[in-house]
Design a protein around this ligand. Structure first.
Ligand code: FES
Ligand code: FES
Length: 159
């Protein structure tokens, strides 16, 4: 069955079953491999994207549920005000270790900052709790979110 979805400002028609996870559509049909597969069960956060601005696990999101939604992935989040700040902060504080979890971390962090420009530690912990990093970059992630919250807008510099 054909579904039309809006990803990063572009419309795509995809012919898949309605219960196909959006993660597989992004990666295997559209070739957008920045969004990662970790657990496939909503437990690790590696697959996090934005649906209508909210951090969402794409492994649990059926394609049939998002035709009317605006989808943003790691490939384009840097062009958003909060995503630009987060990516600049990630670089400045050298957050990344192996990198596998980091797309999801950045998507969760940028959604947090978009909704709460000055998050407190508790806000950060709550927003990031579902994103697992087996390299243990949690301390740098928290500092980078705080750094981003204090930064002037940089959206558009990268993306
Ligand atoms: S792959 Fe989606 S939460 Fe782990
Ligand atoms: S940087 Fe390696 S899993 Fe997070």
């Amino acid at each position: 069955m054909a579904f039309v979805i809006n990803v990063n400002g572009n419309s795509h028609s995809v012919d898949v079953d309605g219960d196909t996870p959006l993660l597989w559509v992004l990666r295997d049909v559209l070739g957008m491999t920045g969004t990662k597969f970790g657990c496939g069960k909503g437990l690790c956060g590696a697959c996090t994207i934005h649906i209508d601005g909210a951090a969402t696990r794409s492994c649990l999101t059926p394609i049939g549920s998002v035709e009317k939604s605006t989808i943003t992935t790691i490939e384009a989040v840097g062009a958003t005000p909060s995503g630009g700040k987060i990516q600049e902060a990630w670089l400045a504080l050298e957050v990344v270790q192996c990198g596998y979890c980091q797309s999801g971390q950045i998507m969760s962090a940028s959604a947090l900052l978009a909704n709460n420009p000055h998050p407190k530690d508790g806000d950060i912990d709550a927003a990031m709790a579902g994103n697992i990093c087996r390299c243990g970059t949690y301390v740098r992630i928290r500092e980078a979110i705080k750094h981003a919250a204090q930064s002037p807008e940089t959206a558009g510099k990268r993306g």
